[in-house]
Design a protein around this ligand. Structure first.
Ligand code: NAD
Ligand code: ZN
Length: 351
């Protein structure tokens, strides 16, 4: 699949730049360059510095302008892809998403999540164009560390709860429109696919194996979740994630891991029944996903820290206001605390 890139990029341009960090360049760099060159496309690589920040976007955009590149390929995780999308917005040309981990729903979306150089969430940046091509090689994704795959499952599970909250409230989807039935149903299909296949898919990826369930989950994590959140809307889970990024202690947890704590928090915030919340927590634990604050680096979180998260999560620009009721920082702080306690209780019961 990676080896087919030349064939697909032929219709998009003639000079290609592959943006990927050192790990991903080692993994696919040579194959991508060979495939492009075999299709008579100029191919160069540039090492990504790891953060989708304004400085990194400008650095890469300067290289693209200087070299006359007309196709940028972002390969790797969400941050490399988001940076490549942001660069294309500055420079024009075509953009290709090549996720080498199924860790987020970034590959298909027409937006980037921008962070400070220190990894604090800054803004969503929206574009008129989606990636021109999304190329996911299931074997590469299955060969990556399972943690990324699990994280993508968490990102995909959240999509359903967030799209459903937006649908119920008549809120706005990510492109500023009314959520469509299509977006709502795709988010549901994403959830159902993950509930039906994620456990065995994670087993397979632990073994470095490729199965039908791995393919189903890779599709759900990237395509179904991507279309589902963009057309269906985000709500509390991602706002809680964005709030959590304000605390340095959480920076070693992946996007999906923080989102999962955000999902449990959203369910508590929405006043879901005990059995419903516990079912979600049990499923998370079976998948090896975090359900407590300590699981994402926040041992003994102070009230001040939780207030920081809650304040940021309730920023007027945040999607938490897509919940079907008014949400305030104290509600989010208390939901976070309670979600953490539920996570600990269910975890202890199972051990
Ligand atoms: N734009 C969107 O629509 C959207 C949606 C969801 C998440 N995001 C963003 O995505 C980012 C998170 O992405 P992420 O969780 O993928 O993390 P990441 O991009 O920070 O890191 C991915 C890591 O995986 C490694 N890697 C990639 N492929 C590998 C492979 N095959 N084998 C081994 N290692 C491999 C990379 O070297 C890198 O260290 C956040 O910034 C989040 O906000 C964006
Ligand atoms: Zn996400």
């Amino acid at each position: 699949m990676v080896d087919d890139i030349g064939e697909h990029v032929g219709s998009l341009g003639t000079a290609c730049l592959l943006l990927a960090d050192d790990v991903v360049l080692d993994l696919v760099g040579e194959r991508v360059v060979q495939s492009l060159e075999a299709a008579d496309i100029e191919a160069e690589t540039l090492e990504f510095n790891g953060e989708s920040s304004e400085t990194e976007i400008q650095r890469v955009a300067d290289v693209v302008d200087g070299r006359g590149t007309d196709v940028i390929v972002g390969a790797g995780g969400g941050k490399a892809l988001d940076t490549a999308k942001a660069v294309r917005e500055e420079t024009g040309g075509a953009m290709v998403s090549m996720p080498t981990v199924a860790s987020t729903d970034s590959p298909t979306s027409a937006l980037s999540v921008i962070y400070s150089e220190h990894g604090e969430f800054e803004e969503y940046r929206f574009y008129d164009q989606h990636p021109d091509l999304v190329l996911l090689d299931t074997a590469i994704v299955a060969g990556a560390p399972t943690r990324f795959f699990r994280s993508g499952v968490a990102d995909g599970l959240a999509t359903w709860f967030e799209a459903d909250a937006t649908y119920r409230s008549g809120g706005q989807n990510v492109v500023g429109g009314t959520p469509t039935r299509a977006g709502h149903r795709l988010a549901k299909l994403c959830y159902e696919t993950l509930r039906d296949h994620a456990l065995s898919a994670v087993d397979a990826v632990e073994e470095g194996a490729v199965t039908e369930s791995v393919a189903a989950v890779a599709e759900a994590n990237t395509l179904l979740s991507g279309l589902g959140f963009e057309s269906g809307g985000l709500a509390a889970a991602h706002s809680v994630h964005n709030g959590l990024t304000q605390l340095e202690e959480t920076h070693d947890a992946t996007h999906g891991e923080k989102v999962n704590v955000g999902t449990v928090t959203q369910l508590v915030l929405e006043g879901r029944e005990d059995g419903f919340v516990e079912d979600y927590v049990e499923f998370s634990l079976a998948l090896g996903l975090p359900v407590t604050l300590a699981d994402i680096g926040l041992d003994d979180a102070t009230t001040a820290q939780l207030d920081t998260v809650a304040e940021a999560a309730c920023d007027p620009e945040e999607t938490i206001h897509n919940e079907p009721f008014e949400v305030t920082p104290p509600m989010v702080r208390d939901a976070l605390r309670t979600a953490d306690r539920i996570g600990r209780r269910v975890g202890e019961r199972q051990s």
